[in-house]
Design a protein around this ligand. Structure first.
Ligand code: HEC
Ligand code: HEC
Ligand code: HEC
Ligand code: HEC
Ligand code: HEC
Length: 365
């Protein structure tokens, strides 16, 4: 399809469904603005028809109801029009071929949506125009998913019934809300950062991200975060969390340091306590594999489903869950930096009950 035809199809779909919100109707009279929005959307990840996030079901011929809500406009619209009682799921499959089109966010139900339920069972109210983002970017698991999987099991006993729990991808709304919705695995007895409230106007999805290009503009940050050349360089916290003596590097740096340490501690635990080495591969499902040659990495011949890691204990599962959460939210340092640090710190600390790991110098926010 040519670009122009595709563009026309998007606009027609949008208008034919009669879903123009009042604000959009005004803008439509100014055709230039609408054309610009269409172009912005088409250039964004939301309209990338080739992406795995939209073509994954092509072989099946339809998208099942437990995937459709976030992977098609049809599913999203049916979900927000309904009672949303089963979080992230509708009771029927939908057809292939849509992406995150105009109608996903601009239909009467999406326009009036303000309260969104999360996998933990918590509902967040007053989300305004960011409610639509929250429906799809909330992940599919929480503290509760892990707690119920490990219920009644000993922390360090391998259980063949356990398997890796994947929070799913780009769960920015879950991290932004932190302890309010428990998208990370929260260890018992620890207090966690709630919503990252940041500053007024830059405390919501569409406050920071343009809703059609999805871009965040660094210029909107540097008035306060002076001298930052990249988002990753932004730093306010004065604590030296990772103990490297540098408190001017971006807050992403200690998050990365903690994140690496969680993986190395996971590997130490699997090798020394379980005698079953483990390795991680960020690109291959289900991410944790048996490290058959013990070299510490899941190489191409190891990172395949039949070789998935199968020696899970509750302790290992909790830390692996948090490792993946931080891996899969690429903006976690801006969405809720202290929540990320807390989850990672607690994961290392819990593993340190069983393996020798140097935590001196590490500070929990
Ligand atoms: C609550 C919303 C939600 C639900 C439900 C959901 N997903 Fe996703 N999924 C997402 C989001 C958001 C992304 C995009 C991540 C990104 O930025 O690449 C994604 C990405 C993916 C990807 C691409 C991963 C990659 O590495 O590129 C696959 C495959 C996928 N989902 C499969 C599924 C399947 C299968 C189901 C149903 C069993 C499902 N999803 C249900 C939100 C959801
Ligand atoms: C992922 C959700 C999403 C998609 C997809 C989307 N929009 Fe929007 N749109 C929004 C949000 C959020 C706003 C801002 C509303 C606010 O701030 O009150 C908005 C605002 C608008 C406005 C008001 C003017 C402006 O720029 O703020 C128009 C017109 C509009 N969208 C048209 C479209 C068209 C046409 C498409 C398809 C090409 C589209 N939108 C796709 C979420 C979306
Ligand atoms: C119907 C579900 C849905 C809604 C609603 C939605 N998203 Fe997404 N979003 C996705 C999926 C699926 C992807 C992955 C797309 C891909 O792989 O091309 C994604 C990708 C993204 C990305 C990643 C861009 C990149 O370059 O990788 C950002 C940022 C994003 N969304 C922000 C938002 C914001 C902000 C909103 C609200 C205005 C929103 N999303 C609403 C499903 C959704
Ligand atoms: C304080 C500003 C801020 C807020 C609030 C915010 N984000 Fe982000 N987000 C960022 C920054 C900065 C990045 C990293 C962007 C980059 O590298 O281009 C990012 C990255 C992302 C990504 C990953 C993009 C990628 O490249 O894979 C997604 C998806 C995303 N945000 C969605 C959301 C959603 C949904 C919300 C609301 C729940 C939200 N964000 C709230 C600033 C913010
Ligand atoms: C009006 C001033 C202001 C603007 C503009 C601003 N911030 Fe902030 N930012 C702050 C303040 C104040 C804090 C400390 C908030 C807190 O800890 O609760 C902060 C904290 C942060 C942090 C955590 C830093 C740390 O070391 O803990 C990140 C990341 C961040 N902002 C990203 C952004 C991004 C991305 C933008 C632009 C989209 C932005 N900020 C725009 C004032 C601002």
């Amino acid at each position: 399809m040519t670009f122009l035809k595709l563009r026309a199809a998007v606009v027609c779909g949008f208008i034919a469904l009669g879903t123009l919100p009042a604000i959009a109707q005004e803008t439509v009279e100014n055709g230039d603005d609408l054309a610009k929005i269409v172009e912005e959307l088409l250039a964004s990840a939301h309209a990338n028809r080739m992406s795995e996030a939209f073509v994954h079901w092509n072989g099946e011929g339809e998208i099942p109801g437990n995937c459709a809500v976030c992977h098609s406009s049809l599913g999203m619209v049916d979900y927000v029009r309904g009672p949303m009682t089963t979080v992230g799921i509708i009771d029927h499959p939908v057809g292939l071929g849509t992406t995150v089109d105009c109608v996903a966010c601009h239909n009467s139900a999406s326009a009036s949506l303000t309260a969104v339920p999360f996998p933990s069972g918590a509902t967040v109210e007053d989300l305004g125009p960011s409610a639509v983002c929250t429906v799809c970017h909330q992940g599919r698991a929480s503290t509760q998913s892990v707690v119920s999987a490990i219920a009644g099991r000993e922390d360090d006993v391998i259980d063949g019934d356990l398997s890796f729990i994947n929070v799913h991808y780009a769960p920015a709304a879950a991290t932004l809300m932190g302890g309010v919705v428990q998208g990370g695995f929260e260890y018992r007895g620890k207090a966690y950062k709630g919503q990252f409230t940041h500053v007024p106007k830059l405390d919501t999805c569409v406050g920071c991200h343009q809703p059609h290009t999805l871009e965040v503009k660094l210029d909107n940050c540097t008035a306060c975060h002076q001298g930052a050349n990249r988002f990753e360089d932004i730093r306010i916290s004065r604590n030296d969390f990772d103990g490297n003596g540098n408190t001017s590097e971006g807050i992403s740096a200690p998050i990365n340091a903690f994140h690496e340490k969680v993986l190395s501690t996971i590997q130490l635990y699997a090798s020394n306590v379980l005698q079953a080495p483990i390795a991680y591969n960020a690109n291959n499902y289900p991410y944790f594999f048996a490290d058959t040659n013990g070299d510490g990495v899941a190489s191409a011949d190891e990172a395949n489903f039949p070789n998935r890691y199968q020696n899970w204990t509750p302790r290992l599962l909790k830390a692996a869950y948090n490792y993946q959460l931080v891996q899969k939210d690429k903006g976690i340092y801006s969405h809720n930096p202290h929540y990320a640090l807390q989850l990672l710190f607690d994961s290392i600390e819990d593993l340190s009950d069983k393996v020798d790991v140097d935590m001196s110098g590490l500070t929990r926010p």
